[in-house]
Design a protein around this ligand. Sequence first.
Ligand code: PMP
Ligand code: GLN
Length: 380
Amino acid sequence: INPVFDALPTTVFETMSRLARVHGAINLGQGFPDDPGPEDVRERGARALRDGWNQYPPMMGLPALREAVAAHYARHQGLVLDPETEVMVTSGATEALAGALLALIEPGDEVVLFAPMYDAYLPLVRRAGGVPRIVALQPPAFRLDEAALAEAFGARTRVVVLNNPLNPSATLFAPEDLDLLARYCQRFDVTALCDEVWEHVVFDGARHRPLMALPGMRERTVKIGSAGKIFSLTGWKVGFVMADARLMRGLAKAHQFLTFTTPPNLQEAVAYGLGKPAPWFEAMRAGYARSRDRLADGLRGLGFTVLPARATWFLNLDVANLGYADDAAFCEALVTRHGVAAIPVSAFYPDAAVRNIVRLCFAKDDATLDAALDRMSGLA
Ligand code: PMP
Ligand code: GLN
């Protein structure tokens, strides 16, 4: 085993889901919803499977899905993408991330990353030979600050990875922060790798703004999306990556030897789903916003300090004053003694720079959220 991977712990999501099973806990850790996903989309996938969509589809993805992706992002985000040369289907956002990092980085290149970061990023960067330059963002606002960017960016910077909306903080980057980052990308001739899997799960009238749409960013941005988040179907692992044709040539080279393709019946169903009308997306958001409010109000009622959650399926608690050594100790007690699994946000900070925040997934039935609240009473 190579030393980078040999030293890796098992991902916190798997670890917490296992602990939840062992302790019979309510699993508000790993992010997956109780919502079964839209019935018509699932039916479409089942029908495609029965109808014989079971052989290798084209490497870049089913033409119908690539066209649906281009049309979807034109309608929702004003992006103009050529489905032939600028859209590729991947097996989840995770494959897109791995492929993009392999395709973009040469050993020794520097990669700017923002913590908290999704736990796949750093091992993938390191294994691709990238040298990470990590900027730690601070709760509760998780803002970019120019001094930190000035220190992190330099002549050797090749890529910056941006997750917006940001998991686990449940924040959206402010327009000024995106403008600032776009300026740095252009000043240092850097490619932005944008993990925007949460782009549709935004609340309170907020609008997601893709970095790719900013002036000067179209040719230097790789944008990643995931049907898992859009349709609450996390196990499907259908992702898409968008980039200008020059970058896409490299991304395709990585994809052809990682997975080559993605199940065609699922692609067919996602192509159909992406065409859903705007009210469907509004209703999906409203449903999750209601669950967020139910859990947030309940936790505040119990005396917890709840951070604002403007996007994603996650809500964060500040556990600094609850008498535990840190977030990990709180989560350990919560799952073993109180029967609720959560995620310590320090797992998203490579040097555990922030250790007082705990992430809970609210994408659950009301009864599950209420039962979790019951179990958490008396803890704050
Ligand atoms: N990036 C982020 C920020 C995520 O939160 C997730 C999953 N929760 C992924 C990537 C992985 O997406 P997929 O399941 O499509 O691989
Ligand atoms: N992205 C999901 C989360 O943040 C988990 C994905 C996984 O389990 N790898 O909870």
